[in-house]
Design a binder for this molecule. Sequence first.
Ligand SMILES: Cc1cc2nc3c(=O)[nH]c(=O)nc-3n(C[C@H](O)[C@H](O)[C@H](O)COP(=O)(O)O)c2cc1C
Length: 228
Amino acid sequence: MSAAKSADGTAVRRPWVVGVSGASGTPYAASVIRGLLAAGEVVDLVVSRAARLTILDETGISFRDAHWRQDLARWLGSDEGLDGVRHWAAGDFAAGPSSGSYPAKGMLVVPATTGAVAGIALGLSKDLLQRAAAVTLKERRPLVVCVREAPLDGVTLKHLVELDAQGAVVLPASPGFYAGGSTVRELVDFVAGRVLDAAGVPHGMYRRWEGELGAAARGPAGAADAVE
Ligand SMILES: Cc1cc2nc3c(=O)[nH]c(=O)nc-3n(C[C@H](O)[C@H](O)[C@H](O)COP(=O)(O)O)c2cc1C
């Protein structure tokens, strides 16, 4: 099948929108972005205002709209693939992902706050992240919501059920240990890999279950084989 073309005949750029909200777990976002870029995907990045606090708290990096490329390179630990990233300010409702006619493959909200979960479930669109998620749902594109909170209250549980009913994949930031990961990076990559699985993006970020009890004891080796 030929690549989609725009009205002027050029190839259409079709990104994954990555929404980073202000929950603990910013390493999950960095790992998902790295995984998308490694898979040759392009990314539209939206970082909520609160996420600047969590990025600062967890990495020491001040994420600035005006210097997003430098700050993102520091956050990801590399500037490889950054030409494939487009950044939109969280308050920019005129941004591309604000409209359903903007080409996008879908959206990954990672990590997702209980506030973002509520806002998306209720269609509040209080910022670009929530608006882009609402657009993703209305356009029936894949939406993965990687919620991070503990414990979960009843209101959030109801909002998560609502998101599931609307077709989103609710994927808690909850690493599995059967893949043999033991370092923080390996456990983070497990969650990020499951987010990419939900989006159908190939990767080799964790060892998949192969039906053999005890494989975890051998560690995460072999995770490098990407699965389509
Ligand atoms: C350091 C820090 C950690 C936070 N961790 C969480 C969290 O894990 N989950 C959560 O739902 N909110 C967390 N919050 C609170 C959210 O940032 C806050 O509710 C904010 O309004 C969410 O806005 P957003 O959804 O627009 O990013 C945290 C805040 C800070 C400053």
